[in-house]
Design a protein around this ligand. Structure first.
Ligand code: TRP
Length: 331
């Protein structure tokens, strides 16, 4: 089992980023050989301020390591330091029909009404993503539901390349969809995803929030007056209650059913303080490490440099085999 996954280097990290992807990665590195990277080459498919991009990359690495991604165990790096990703992407672009890219829903959403003004990179984004996973012969790719289509495309690209060239250059990767608790919603509106761009800071728990802020935000979270039910079906139509139960379950590594088994019949007057204690206990050690590491630019750069060296060594044989299968002459 070889796991590969990437994350876009966004700033202002919050509980949604932690429970959505980061925590999952920490678990996977116990079971599998893992390659985790910052998708900085994907980030530039839309406009990015250069100074913000590099700051966000470093901040994301600090958060990953603080949360438990172990740069010794996993290969942790940023794409830009491993040029083989961009190189393989070109080789694959030449063998990918435009019709396949026209079907990608994320491109349609991101380009909206401005297709003509979108970059060619945004259109080709899924091919770079395919290169990211195929280059390490990934078997497992943990992603959110929204990335499933890109993963299926990666499989199609691999299949077509292998059959067109008659060489088994690429392994077909399996998507590995994160559990239901992965989707953390706003604390103010159970229908909206927790987001760094929500104008209300009370809507999210930031990775930098101190214990008092965490407790206060949970206390002020929107809920309803009903007690918690004893089964999940009865949370239908109660998105805010569902979200808090989901957060509790994800933080304590148990199922939502198990949370309900413990709190059925209790109102939010009891449940919220329990959730606040749990969140503080789990998040405060991460915040302390995060605060330390994000100040230490040299340590972060050393982690990424070391990861990139290891990644390059693993990526090169696939790139070589790809050139060779295409009949390209090189030394
Ligand atoms: N497109 C992914 C996302 O938004 C990030 C990503 C880039 C990725 N390359 C990848 C995820 C390869 C999994 C595997 O979130």
């Amino acid at each position: 089992m070889r796991t590969v996954s990437g994350i876009q280097p966004t700033g202002n990290l919050h509980l949604g980023n932690y429970l959505g992807a980061i925590k999952n990665w920490v678990k996977l590195q116990e079971q599998s050989e893992c390659f985790f990277f910052l998708a900085d080459l994907h980030a530039i498919t839309v406009h990015n301020d250069p100074a913000t991009l590099s700051a966000n990359c470093r901040e994301m690495v600090a958060a990953l390591v603080a949360a438990g991604v172990d740069p010794q165990k996993s290969v942790l790096f940023n794409q830009a330091r491993v040029p083989q990703h961009a190189e393989l992407a070109w080789l694959l672009i030449c063998n990918t029909p435009m019709g396949w890219l026209d079907r990608m829903t994320q491109f349609k959403e991101k380009s909206g009404k401005h297709k003509q003004r979108s970059s060619l990179g945004l259109y080709g984004y899924p091919v770079l993503q395919a290169a990211d996973v195929l280059i390490y012969q990934a078997t497992h790719v943990p992603v959110g539901e929204d990335q499933k289509q890109h993963l299926e495309l990666a499989r199609d690209i691999a299949t077509k390349f292998n059959s067109d060239t008659g060489e088994e250059v690429f392994t077909l990767p399996e998507p590995f969809i994160e559990g239901p608790a992965a989707r953390v919603m706003s604390l103010r509106d159970g229908a909206a995803k927790m987001s760094k761009s929500d104008p209300s800071d009370l809507s999210r728990i930031n990775m930098t929030d101190n214990d008092e802020m965490i407790a206060k935000k949970i206390k002020k979270a929107r809920t309803d007056p009903e007690p918690l039910p004893d089964n999940l079906d009865d949370l239908d139509g109660r998105p805010e209650a569902r979200n808090l139960v989901g957060i509790y379950a994800a933080l304590s590594d148990i199922s939502a059913e198990e949370v309900l088994a413990e709190y059925a019949g209790q109102g939010f007057g009891d449940f919220k303080p329990a959730l606040a204690d749990l969140a503080v206990a789990k998040l405060s050690p991460i915040r302390i490490r995060f605060d330390e590491l994000r100040q230490d630019k040299d340590a972060i750069d050393a982690i990424l440099r070391d990861g990139a060296e290891r990644a390059k060594a693993r990526a090169q044989p696939t790139v070589d085999a790809t050139y060779k299968a295409l009949g390209l002459l090189r030394d």
